[in-house]
Design a protein around this ligand. Structure first.
Ligand code: HGY
Ligand code: MN
Ligand code: MN
Length: 396
């Protein structure tokens, strides 16, 4: 974890490793080096997912998979994603060191662009693997500077040695992902392992409000097409729409750009994002469907374009895998509790494809997507041990 955290390290002790950046490519190359040094088979696919496989006794059986992501938020932590990839790699090494024989191959994957921070939508790697996105569409996505996934991908993968390329959608016997909780519950309840039941639904929108640049000193307010004032009305209306006295709805405006951004020019354009989430599928559908009509009704005298960049329904994990995780935690004597995931994970796209589950470990103060993110070595070890027991059982 410390070696990986050196790649894209930030002043405050976090990481900034945008998807398909040079740093992301270096992280993939580092893992590739570790894998080949241990004699594991590495392979990739059309979006740069990195697969590390340890053979099983029966090569005709599909792999039991684990993994997570190496890309991070701009002010990301040293554990989000990386922990799950390296816990999975640790399991392969432990199996190898123990001379253990599993019937199924066991395979770790580092999924491309889980975060959806640089390129939307999120989870491009696992969604393409699961057949939920179209490769050409994904390759054409661009970041805020106009760089395409296609170009960034070519750069990033060139930093690792060439390796076999596989198709999307290869069969998987099961998928178990280890991750920090990214919330306060395990720490607050003094528990070591979260036995994750599922992941809430989420809908992402990108809103572009177009008004008219004008002189701040001479233009009467009645004559303005002020994109900021219009966007402000929209955000206030969205706060009312998403108001939830039970504090279960999550609604976040994470990106809000006012252009041209000059003190004495009336803003002509505002781009902002909406990240809306809730565990109930009906509410996600019904409340999310009100977003675009509401914004269109508030656009005048500006224009507005509302683009939904991602919609994912809530998923429930496979009861047999959830039980295997709970049994492994209990068998190892770790305190544990069943719990949902508020955060999205690649496991959301694997769940419809194969029996899927997740293992959470606590993170300090529940803080994540922040450079101070921290998980203790003891908790990292506990999560990896539960993952090892679970994967060994599922892989026979
Ligand atoms: O946004 C999420 O839920 C994930 O942590 N990327
Ligand atoms: Mn993550
Ligand atoms: Mn994250």
């Amino acid at each position: 974890l410390a070696d990986m955290a050196r790649i894209g390290a930030t002043e405050k002790g976090g990481v900034n490793r945008p998807a398909l950046s040079r740093e992301d490519g270096l992280a993939r190359a580092l893992l590739t080096g570790w894998a080949t040094a241990r004699g594991f088979q590495v392979s990739t696919d059309g979006i740069g997912n990195l697969y590390v496989r340890r053979a099983g006794s029966d090569p005709t059986l599909p792999p039991v998979m684990t993994g997570s992501h190496l890309d991070s938020q701009p002010t990301g932590g040293r554990y989000d994603g990386v922990y799950g990839v390296l816990a999975g790699f640790e399991v392969l090494e432990a199996l190898e060191d123990a001379g253990a024989v599993t019937r199924h191959p066991v395979e770790v994957v580092a999924w491309t662009n889980e975060e959806g921070s640089r390129f939307q939508p999120y989870c491009m790697g696992s969604a393409l693997f699961a057949g939920k996105m179209d490769l050409e569409t994904v390759l054409a996505c661009t970041d805020a500077k106009g760089i395409s996934v296609r170009d960034a991908l070519a750069e990033a993968v060139s930093l690792a040695p060439p390796m076999p390329v596989r198709d999307f959608g290869s069969p998987a016997a099961a998928y178990v992902e280890a991750h920090i909780e990214q919330g306060p519950r395990l720490e607050a309840e003094g528990r070591t392992i979260g036995v994750v039941q599922g992941i809430q639904g989420s809908r992402w929108f990108q809103v572009e409000v177009t008004g008219q640049e004008a002189h701040a000193g001479t233009t009467p307010h009645g004559a303005r097409k002020d994109a900021f004032q219009t966007a402000l009305k929209m955000v206030n209306a969205l706060n009312d729409l998403m108001h939830d006295p039970d504090d279960v709805i999550r609604c976040t405006f994470g990106r809000f750009e006012v252009l041209p951004g000059s003190p004495n020019t009336v803003p002509g354009k505002v781009i902002f994002t909406i990240d809306f989430r809730h565990p109930d599928a009906g509410l996600v559908r019904e409340r999310g469907d009100k977003v675009a009509p509401l914004l269109l009704s508030l656009a005048a005298p500006c224009e507005v374009v509302v683009k939904e960049t991602s919609t994912t329904a809530p998923v429930d994990f496979d009861p047999a895998v959830v039980d295997a995780v709970r049994d492994a935690a209990a068998g190892l004597g770790y305190s544990h509790c069943d719990m949902p995931s508020g955060a999205n994970h690649d496991a959301k796209f694997m769940a419809p494809r194969c029996p899927t589950g997740m293992i959470f470990i606590p993170c300090k103060d529940g803080i994540s997507h922040n450079e101070v993110e921290y998980a203790s070595p003891e908790d990292c070890h506990a999560g990896a041990a539960v993952l090892a027991e679970t994967l060994a059982k599922l892989a026979g």
